[in-house]
Design a protein. Structure first.
Length: 670
């Protein structure tokens, strides 16, 4: 519906404007809107409301819904601008990203073009974002995928439910339709709460459908009761007060929802309820001063731009720091420059692509032809990234395969959602062997040695208990983790998990050997209400103090406690470097001296035996970086699967050297 249409409702575009601004502010990193992602929820409710209203109007006029016309309109509306963004992102990725980034974006773009990006991010696993990685420039396409999947299924389901419910005449004509929507929405809402915290809960169509269905239910109720709603000054002013209160509630939620860790969950139920009340008060009550303000031409115009703004804002946030570094223009990565680029890209996309295709280009074409062309474009865009962004030569393919060469978690949880709530987490028996029990404790840097312990377990018939969790430090500190948007939040869940599971490890299993390793020195630390950045003397002091509680807990049993020094950080992602430079290159080797940042932290680890008698310290650095050089490949094995984690293949091959290191330190293995 254009701004010149007699049925145009500018106040709804005003709501869109507020929603997209919240999302942009959140992605720009403003800490006073840590929950600004709730703007996406508002879009979901709005989409369900408007689409269902259109379907109801058409069904009431003609007795049915023209599905081909509906799909053609949606494709005209959504596909041209999204295809443009996808092509632009692929081009920039080919220029700015390393081989790993290019390969990942190729898969992301393929999924986004087919509107299944949300399932791509779900199935990519919890390791999709790790500290130091560049977030995918297409991660925001998850919400577009959810909406498009809803648009694909809902009209056909609506038509079926409409025909079933309107067999009976009178007021109950839409009653069956409403009942079906409420049942489906309730099931989705329950799944949304039960599956938290998990990537599937955040990105899932099944866990977000209730927000679109909530808007659909509002549209059904509005259609049925709008003629009987009261009017007059009192209603107008009352509705205005409700609108103001709803906006206040939305802003409060965007400020008080600290991060996306436990989202959507119950917090999203509150956001959905506020969005429903806001839309109802604006659209069902008589127009008044408040609705006029919300529908102000400036706000309404931003709302009409909201789709283009949403498409472009996240790639600009991702790419501008890389461009600023490439061109030596630091100002380009600043928020003012980013906002200006967002506005320019959105305006160009809106006026040169979105509007011409939607309202002028090829308008007489039949709906079937529009659908055929749109599907062809989607498929074409989805396959473009495969030849352009994927490696071609066999060695590059092998090098990039090392990215996924990590120790398989096996029967034990490792990722955050696999562990679940701290209150229900327990140590896991990874291998049941003989009487000698080894516990592997820490984060991904402990987990990376699992293949070596697998080899030792076969030799010594070890029982292995695993207490490893990705991104959760072994020492007792609360760190800043990265959420699924690549933004930091305090990982309180890790702290609670560690406090419970480490104690239960000793109480229930009392392992003979506890091997501990962590790479927590690169994280900022939450100290009470203060945020202490990494690399500061205060962070080093807090990091040092954090060992006290952990080692007191682990030494409460009778076993040996062995702490591994932190291994070096390579200045590039090794598989990407190998893929780009080719087989036999030495360009990806790094002198050990090039990682000085780890030294003060390893000095703390080496001093632990003086503070905690009985603790032993080992250093695997000579295994990884012999003679002061950290090679990309050793004995035909790619050493690292990224910039600091060992590949499982190398860790397995290094088992004899790892065993010798432990024995030389006086560690018993039987």
């Amino acid at each position: 519906m254009t701004s010149t249409s007699p049925h145009y409702r500018p106040h709804l575009d005003g709501v869109r404007a507020v929603a997209v601004v919240l999302v942009i502010l959140f992605h720009l990193g403003y800490r006073w809107v840590p929950g600004g992602f709730v703007g996406v929820d508002v879009f979901f409710v709005m989409s369900g409301y408007l689409i269902t209203g259109l379907l109801l109007g058409e069904a009431a006029r003609s007795g049915g819904v023209g599905l081909r016309r509906f799909y053609a309109r949606r494709m005209r509306r959504l596909l041209p601008a999204s295809a443009l963004v996808l092509l632009a992102v692929m081009a920039l990725s080919a220029w700015l990203f390393d081989a790993i980034g290019k390969q990942s974006v190729g898969h992301d773009a393929s999924a986004a073009a087919l509107y299944v990006a949300n399932w791509r991010f779900i199935t990519s696993g919890a390791d999709y974002f790790t500290p130091g990685d560049i977030p995918s420039p297409l991660v925001h396409f998850w919400s577009l995928a959810v909406e498009e999947q809803f648009y694909l299924v809902w009209p056909a389901l609506f038509l079926l439910l409409w025909r079933l419910s309107t067999r009976r005449k009178g007021p109950s004509a839409t009653g069956g339709l409403l009942a079906a929507v409420l049942v489906l929405g309730a099931a989705s809402a329950v799944a949304s709460v039960v599956l938290v915290p998990s990537t599937a809960a955040y990105y899932g169509t099944h866990t977000r459908a209730y927000q679109l269905l909530a808007g659909a239910a509002l549209a059904i109720v509005a259609t049925r009761f709008r003629p009987r709603l009261p009017t007059g000054p009192a209603v107008r002013w009352g509705a205005g007060a409700v609108v103001v209160a709803s906006f206040a509630g939305l802003f409060t939620l965007s400020h008080r929802i600290a991060d996306a860790t436990n989202y959507p969950g119950t917090a999203a139920l509150a956001v959905t309820a506020v969005a429903l009340v806001l839309i109802a008060a604006l659209d069902l009550a008589p127009a008044g001063p408040v609705s006029a303000v919300v529908g102000h031409p400036v706000l309404a115009f931003v709302g009409r731009l909201s789709y283009s703004l949403y498409l472009w804002h996240w790639p600009i946030i991702v790419f501008t720091p890389l461009l600023a570094e490439r061109w030596h223009r630091p100002g380009l990565a600043g928020k003012p420059a980013q906002v200006a680029l967002m506005a320019a890209a959105a305006l160009g996309s809106y006026f040169l692509v979105e509007r011409p295709v939607r309202f002028r280009l090829w308008m007489p074409a039949p709906a079937g032809a529009v659908i055929a062309v749109a599907l062809s474009v989607s498929v074409l865009v989805s396959v473009v990234g495969i030849p352009v962004l994927q490696p071609r030569n066999p060695f590059a393919v092998r090098a990039l395969a090392a990215v996924n060469d990590l120790a398989p978690p096996g029967p034990c949880p490792y990722f955050r959602e696999q562990w679940g709530p701290p209150s229900r987490s327990e140590p896991c028996v990874y291998r049941k062997g003989g009487r000698f029990t080894v516990a592997l404790v820490g984060d991904s840097h402990a987990q990376q040695w699992q293949p070596a312990f697998d080899v030792l377990a076969q030799k010594y018939d070890l029982t292995i208990i695993r207490v490893t969790r990705r991104g959760c430090p072994a020492n007792s500190i609360t760190v800043f983790a990265l959420d699924d948007q690549g933004l930091p939040h305090a990982d309180v869940s890790c702290t609670r998990w560690r406090d419970r599971v480490y104690a239960h490890l000793v109480q229930r299993y009392d392992p003979d050997l506890i091997y501990v390793e962590t790479r927590s020195h690169e994280w900022g630390i939450r100290d009470g209400a203060r945020d202490v950045e990494a690399g500061t003397p205060e962070q080093l002091a807090l990091w040092t103090a954090g060992w006290t509680k952990t080692l007191d807990t682990l030494q409460a049993g009778h076993g040996q406690v062995v702490v591994g020094e932190t291994t070096p950080n390579i200045r590039w992602r090794v598989p990407a470097c190998l893929a780009e430079h080719g087989k036999g290159t030495k360009a990806c080797d790094m002198p050990l001296a090039d990682d000085p940042g780890v030294r003060p932290f390893n000095a703390v680890i080496r001093a632990l035996p003086s503070r905690f008698p009985g603790v032993k310290v080992v250093d695997a650095t000579p295994i990884i970086c012999p003679d002061g050089m950290c090679p990309a490949m050793l004995d035909g094995k790619i050493v690292h699967r990224d910039d600091d984690h060992l590949s499982a293949s190398f860790a397995r091959a290094a088992a004899p050297a790892f065993e010798a290191m432990l024995l030389d330190a006086g560690v018993r293995l039987r």
